[in-house]
Ligand binder design. Structure first.
Ligand code: SF4
Ligand code: SF4
Ligand code: SF4
Ligand code: SF4
Length: 285
């Protein structure tokens, strides 16, 4: 997968026609063969743009207020990224008319060791679902059959005390840096409730119980919204397996709420906004 030339040509055309103020893409990080996001504001910077299977980050995160709001933006989205864009559009966080979206029919991205990332192996929606033009050959319009995450399935098979001990260790290694939250395109709240909470369980304390409460609150705010881009996991300096929280929520919601999968359908407000007589109610007292 290499669309470097095409993306450079598209960005050059958009600047030449004065259709954008900024183009959000990827550039080499300057140290090894990995890439980082780049915000290009003029044609002289276009040669920096690249796109290969190392273009791992979700660039939709740069549509949040402190980056590119009120600007006309061109950006590149893979299938998972485009689902988060769909949600940002549905949740009125960004205006479609301000965007020029280059969609990718994605073949998967690779980690630092050159292995295909786990979310790509399991990917149900590789083709961008929002785009002005598409690069690559789309695999088809219907999402693949739902596949439960192997790590979540393995954890579910563990006896409860063992599972609890595992998560105790995960939460104990969280340093409360909030990089996970800041790297998620769908965590755009100007004032996050986790930061507003003043109880001793939350307030910046670096304890296992504080991390537990913060991360569980965060993952529940992403329930039915997480698109499995793994931006959060890639940002985590402690390399915590955050996908376990999100994929568990995703599978419960998929099974119980009309096979809901976040951001696949435009203007679908998500599992918790829909009501059906078939919705499970066994948890209601
Ligand atoms: S999860 Fe799917 S769309 Fe996202 S990078 Fe992997 S293969 Fe591409
Ligand atoms: S929670 Fe993580 S994997 Fe889910 S959408 Fe946000 S950044 Fe992506
Ligand atoms: S954790 Fe919840 S309140 Fe905080 S930024 Fe994310 S969605 Fe907003
Ligand atoms: S990025 Fe990792 S270490 Fe930082 S708050 Fe999130 S889970 Fe904890």
């Amino acid at each position: 997968m290499n669309y470097t030339k095409q993306i450079q040509e598209i960005a050059a055309k958009l600047f030449a026609e004065d259709k954008i103020d900024v183009f959000v893409g990827y550039r080499m990080n300057g140290f090894d063969d990995n890439q980082v996001p780049v915000l290009i504001t003029g044609v002289n910077e276009i040669p920096k743009l690249v796109f290969t299977d190392k273009s791992v980050f979700n660039l939709v995160n740069y549509l949040k207020p402190d980056h590119t709001r009120r600007k006309r933006v061109g950006l590149v989205v893979k299938g998972c990224d485009s689902r988060s864009l769909n949600l940002m559009l549905t949740e009125s966080q960004v205006k479609r008319e301000n965007l020029y979206v280059v969609g990718i029919a994605c073949e998967g991205v690779t980690d630092d060791a050159g292995q295909k990332m786990q979310n790509c192996t399991d990917c149900m929606v590789p083709d961008a679902v929002v785009f002005d033009e598409m690069l690559g050959t789309p695999s088809g319009s219907q999402p693949a059959a739902y596949k439960a995450n192997a790590d979540v399935t393995a954890l579910a098979a563990m006896p409860l005390p063992e599972r609890a001990a595992y998560f105790e260790e995960v939460f104990a290694n969280c340093i409360r840096c909030n990089a996970c939250r800041h790297s998620c395109p769908l965590c755009y709240c100007a004032k996050c409730c986790i930061d507003q909470e003043t109880s001793t369980l939350y307030n910046g304390a670096n304890t296992t119980s504080a991390a537990f409460h913060a991360l569980m609150t965060w993952s529940l705010h992403l329930a039915g919204r997480c698109v499995d881009c793994r931006n959060c996991e890639k940002a985590c300096p402690s390399h915590l397996p955050l996908h376990l929280l999100h994929k568990q929520n995703e599978s419960v919601i998929y099974e119980n709420f009309q096979e809901h999968l976040a951001g696949v359908i435009s203007e679908d407000r998500g599992a918790f906004y829909k009501y059906s007589l078939k919705d499970p109610d066994d948890f209601i007292m």
